[in-house]
Structures are given as structure tokens and as C-alpha cells.
Write a protein that binds this ligand. Structure first.
Ligand code: 9MR
Length: 577
């Protein structure tokens, strides 16, 4: 299988910030430096130079050279880069290029909402749909959902929340990290220097039913999931009270396409887990501090739920979701929860200042030592870095020397991501080993970029910001496939992501995913039959196909788009850079 990868000059197809780094990659057999030319839309050569031979790129197996045209800073549209007789896809040089990506990537969450009609006037007529999973036939959830047989003898109203990904499942663990990232995108406007003081994330900045209610829209969107997560908590008086059910989804896997309101499967609550409970505790604690100025009653409800959940997790510290529980929905299994304990204790400490939580923070094995893995700083299964990043950025009462140590751990991790990025001709902060090209690898690229961005926020050292920008170049087309992984962004962009809702590839009457939807990305483990058959033997960066059948390389997911939203918001805040 030989995908058509277009011109051999690979650029960020969306554009470069005028004052930011501008790097490109040329796939070529040439071993000597090549002359490159930057051309205006009218074809005039506005800058030129020589490329740098880089030998064979490990992740792609391609023979490559790199071009650095950072010195050219004149804003404009329709630039192309020419080298080795090839002309790149066109791109802009422009500040403000990421403002709409911030909005698009956040808007994705409204399109994933469960339990409410989606208003076409807000996000486009093709995305309008009736409410799903409100107990209206043929739906069998989510207003009164029983447990799986033998798990509990009650039902819960667990309406609302976001569909996790291309399926109709709702998982507390993954809802946790996604909600964290939206809340943290907002919190960053309070803790970091932003050009507009966070105005771009204020009220009426997204197209939501709640716009104009006086609450920042990104908080409104996060609340849609928070309310669901709170409903997943085991009520007082029941066994394991205060814990959170791990997930709720269909009894059996459904086919594609399938509109939410047409899902006929029985819906079931799966057993509570310690990991889910701690995810609830962590984001409910964030909620308590961030909603306090806007809705004191909701903030108090979140605070109480966070404390109850944390206490329940301490009382039941080793209740694990089963890896075998993957019928009708994903498993999201995790048998190491020391990191979830750390993250939850950090969030509770940051919101309350309570010494008991601080004691748990400082006693955690994750409080010292490295928590930032090379292949992904954090993810739904490993969340220690979320606690570390928040201790580094959110005001707290730790001694100055402790704060300095924690901040240094962030910049040291960022230095390693920079080293990984510089070692590669495609400039991504993920080492080339096939083992790093996992399910959802694009989210790992973004999450590592978030560590770089946070290092910039902490130090104002532009090298870190440039690293985050280069990671974005990779996502938006500077890669082996010459593919932007964000729908609607770039000349050649992913559009056939695995989704029961946005299944245009299977039914032309259905839309593609909305602009701003991030595809999971190359997965060298080829964990779906379509990719396994099509891509056998692929070099890691080629282990991707923009086909709806390839759920292991090309799905949408809330935890991937939440990462993109954080990064896009950071980039938008850089202006011209
Ligand atoms: O993102 C998850 C990835 O880390 C796992 O390897 C994979 C297999 O367990 O599951 C991914 O999450 C999927 C979930 O299980 C079900 N909804 C779709 C998610 C994205 O593909």
C-alpha cells in the first residue's frame, strides 16, 4: 500500500507565526544541501537558502533534509516552499492563525454532547441531531441505568456528558482527563501571562446554548461533563458509597453509522473503580475552585463530591477495572493508581489548602523523581504529571524551595522533549521508537507539547514556546504522510475519523467530523483489522490511514481534542510570537 503523500516538501499547511520558528522537511535522495526558495502567492522568491541533510529519519524511514526559514517574518497568505523541484502545499505566515483553532477544537465537545439536542443554528445544520440517550425508544438509557447483572441493585440517572469518541460510551476515567484539560485551559488564563487576560475564553466565545449566561463558555462546556461525572458517584447508603462507577455503555458493540438517539442497546453501569473515583475527586476539586466566582452552589457541590470521592478511594484503594471488560465499550483498565491518588490529592490541596491533602501529596512516590515519560507526559492511564504541572502553575502554600524544585522538574522534562524534537527531521517531541507510536499517539505529541508550553509559561524562555510550535507543525502537515491530523485545517486533512455520528464516509447524508477534530494518529501496533491488513510492515509514522474503519489509528476522542484545545489556546495567546 503506497499512500499518495503529495509534494515532497513538508510544511505546516496552516501556517507559521511571523515571529516564530519556521521549519520544513524535504524528502529527497540528495545527500548534498539543496537550494530552497520561499515564494509569495504571486510566485516571487522572497527568501532562499540551503537545506540541512539529515540522513534517514528513524520514525519514517525516509531520507530527508530540513529547511529553516525562521528569519523570514512578513505576514501573508499563499506562500509555498520550493526545493528539489517540488512545491509544498501553500501556507500562511500570520499571527492570529490559531484563534479559530482554539474555538474549533473546543467546539468539538458540544458536538459530542449526550442527552441534549444538538442545535444546527449553533454549529451548522448538518450537525443538528435529536437528543440521544434520554430514555426515549429505541434508547434504553441513560436516565435510569441499571448495573450489569450482579454488580449492584440500583439504577442511576447518568444522562448527559460527552460521548467518549466514535462510540456512545461514557467513561469516568477518560472523562476525567478531558475535563481536566478544559478546566486547565481556562485556569491557565489565570496563572500564565496571556495577551488578553483570558478574554478569548470568556462568556460568549463559543457557540453553546449557555452563551451569554455570564460564565466563561469553556467552563460551561466542562460543566456539561462534570454534571455527568457527579451522577456516576455511588449514592450514600449504597455499597461503595462515594466511589464512582467506572463507565456506562452499550451491552454490545454497535455498528457504524448509528445516531445516538437510534442506539437500541441496553445500557449498563459497570462496577466502581478506584481510578474512576480519583478522576472524579480530581476534577471535582478543580471545579470547586474554578466555579467559585461564578456559581458558589455548584462549586460547593463539586467540593463536597471531591472530598467524598477521595475518602472513598482511600477506603477502597485497590478496586480495579478489568482489562477483560471491553465488550460494548472500551476497558480503560488501570491497575496502578498511585498516580491518580497523587493527582487527586494535589487538586484537593490546591482548592482547599487542607494539610491532610498536602500530607498525602508529599508522601506520594510521584511527588519526587521524574513523572514525565518520553513517550507521553501524561494520558488517561498516567496522570501524575497533571498534579506536578498544577503544583508548578497554580498558586499554593508550598515553601519556595519546593516550588522551585517542582518547576525545575517541568523545565528539565521540557529540555528532554526539546532534545527529542531536535533529533528528528520532522521536529516532533516524541522519540522515534515504534513503541511511542501508540493508539492516540497524536495526543502524546500534544501532551508533550503542553509540557513545553508550560515550561515557557514558567520561564518565558522562547525556546520552549518554539518547541510547542514545532510540535504543532508536525500535527498540521509537517510529517511523513503530508497530512494535517485536524479536520478542516490544512490542504490535506483527516476527515474520515472513526465515528458513529460523523460517518460521512459510510453515508453521504452524514457530515464529516466538525472542523477542529483531531485524529488519533499513527499507531505502530496496528490494533484494528483494517489497519493491520492495509499497513502491515509500516514504519511508525506511516502507520495511519484516514479511513473510518481504522478505529485504532483514526478515531476522534474527547481526551485527544482536550489536548488540542489546550495547545491551540496557548498558541492563540502567542499572537505573532
Ligand atoms: O485511548 C485508548 C487507548 O489508549 C487504548 O489503547 C485503546 C484500547 O483499549 O482504547 C482507547 O480508547 C478508546 C476506548 O476504549 C473506547 N472509546 C474510544 C476510545 C478511543 O479509541
Amino acid at each position: 500500500y503506497q499512500p499518495d503523500t503529495g509534494p515532497r516538501v513538508r510544511v505546516n499547511q496552516v501556517g507559521y507565526l511571523p515571529g516564530g520558528p519556521k521549519n520544513a522537511t524535504v524528502v529527497t535522495e540528495a545527500t548534498d544541501p539543496l537550494r530552497w526558495e520561499l515564494r509569495s502567492a504571486a510566485g516571487a522568491v522572497v527568501s532562499s537558502g540551503e537545506s540541512t541533510p539529515r540522513g534517514v529519519d528513524a520514525a519514517s524511514g525516509q531520507h530527508v533534509q530540513t529547511v529553516d526559514f525562521s528569519a523570514y517574518r512578513t505576514p501573508g497568505t499563499g506562500y509555498t516552499l520550493v526545493a528539489d523541484g517540488e512545491t509544498s502545499h501553500p501556507f500562511d505566515i500570520s499571527g492570529g492563525r490559531y484563534d479559530r483553532l482554539r474555538a474549533d477544537s473546543l467546539q468539538f465537545f458540544y458536538a459530542q454532547r449526550s442527552g441534549t439536542p444538538i442545535d444546527g443554528d449553533l454549529i451548522g445544520a448538518e450537525y443538528a441531531r435529536p437528543a440521544g440517550h434520554l430514555g426515549v425508544a429505541p434508547n434504553q438509557g441513560d436516565t435510569e441505568v441499571p448495573c450489569q447483572p450482579g454488580v449492584c441493585d440500583y439504577s442511576l440517572d447518568v444522562r448527559g456528558g460527552w460521548y467518549d469518541a466514535g462510540d456512545h460510551g461514557k467513561y469516568v476515567v477518560n472523562g476525567g482527563i478531558a475535563t481536566y484539560q478544559l478546566l486547565n485551559t481556562f485556569e491557565r488564563t489565570r496563572t500564565a501571562e496571556t495577551a488578553d487576560g483570558g478574554a478569548a475564553l470568556g462568556d460568549a466565545t463559543l457557540r453553546l446554548p449557555e452563551r451569554g449566561n455570564g460564565v466563561p463558555d469553556v467552563l460551561d462546556e466542562a460543566r456539561w461533563e462534570l454534571e455527568f461525572l457527579l451522577r456516576m458517584q455511588v449514592p450514600a447508603g449504597r455499597p461503595l458509597a462515594g466511589m464512582a462507577h467506572h463507565k456506562i455503555h452499550d451491552r454490545n458493540w454497535t455498528g457504524l453509522p448509528l445516531a445516538p438517539h437510534e442506539d437500541p442497546q441496553p445500557r449498563e453501569l459497570h462496577p466502581p473503580s478506584t481510578a474512576a473515583t480519583l478522576n472524579l475527586a480530581a476534577v471535582a476539586a478543580q471545579c470547586a475552585r474554578l466555579f467559585a466566582p461564578y456559581d458558589a452552589a455548584f462549586a460547593a457541590r463539586c467540593g463536597a463530591a471531591a472530598r467524598t470521592a477521595y475518602a472513598a478511594a482511600k477506603a477502597h484503594p485497590a478496586v480495579y477495572a478489568s482489562a477483560a471488560d471491553g465488550t460494548g465499550g472500551g476497558a480503560y483498565d488501570d491497575t496502578t493508581v498511585t498516580d491518580e491518588f497523587y493527582w487527586a490529592a494535589v487538586e484537593l490541596y490546591l482548592s482547599s489548602g487542607t494539610k491532610a491533602y498536602l500530607d498525602d501529596v508529599t508522601a506520594s512516590p510521584h511527588h519526587t523523581g521524574d513523572v514525565f515519560a518520553a513517550g507521553g507526559a501524561f494520558g488517561w492511564q498516567s496522570v501524575a504529571a497533571l498534579g506536578r504541572l498544577d503544583l508548578a502553575t497554580v498558586p499554593n502554600g508550598l515553601p519556595a524551595v519546593e516550588k522551585a524544585r517542582i518547576r525545575a522538574s517541568v523545565t528539565e522534562a521540557a529540555d528532554r522533549y526539546l532534545a527529542a524534537l531536535r533529533a528528528q527531521a520532522y521536529g516532533l517531541p516524541l522519540p522515534a521508537d515504534a513503541g511511542n507510536y501508540v493508539w492516540g499517539s497524536n495526543s502524546n505529541v500534544v501532551n508533550n507539547a503542553i509540557v513545553l508550553a508550560t515550561a515557557f509559561d514558567l520561564t518565558r524562555n522562547a525556546t520552549y514556546r518554539d518547541g510547542a510550535v514545532q510540535a504543532t507543525d508536525y500535527l498540521l502537515g509537517r510529517n511523513a504522510l503530508n497530512m494535517s491530523y485536524v479536520t478542516g485545517w490544512g490542504e490535506q486533512h483527516a476527515r474520515n475519523q472513526h465515528s458513529r455520528i460523523f460517518a460521512h464516509q459510510l453515508d453521504p447524508d452524514l457530515p464529516n467530523p466538525p472542523a477542529g477534530s483531531l485524529a488519533g494518529g499513527p499507531n505502530a501496533a496496528l490494533q484494528d483489522p483494517y489497519a493491520a491488513q492495509l499497513l502491515a510492515g509500516c514504519k511508525p509514522m506511516f502507520c495511519y490511514v484516514d479511513d473510518i474503519n481504522s478505529y485504532a489509528t483514526n478515531e476522534v476522542a474527547i481526551n485527544w481534542n482536550s489536548a488540542l484545545a489546550w495547545l491551540a489556546s496557548f498558541l492563540a495567546d502567542q499572537g505573532d510570537a
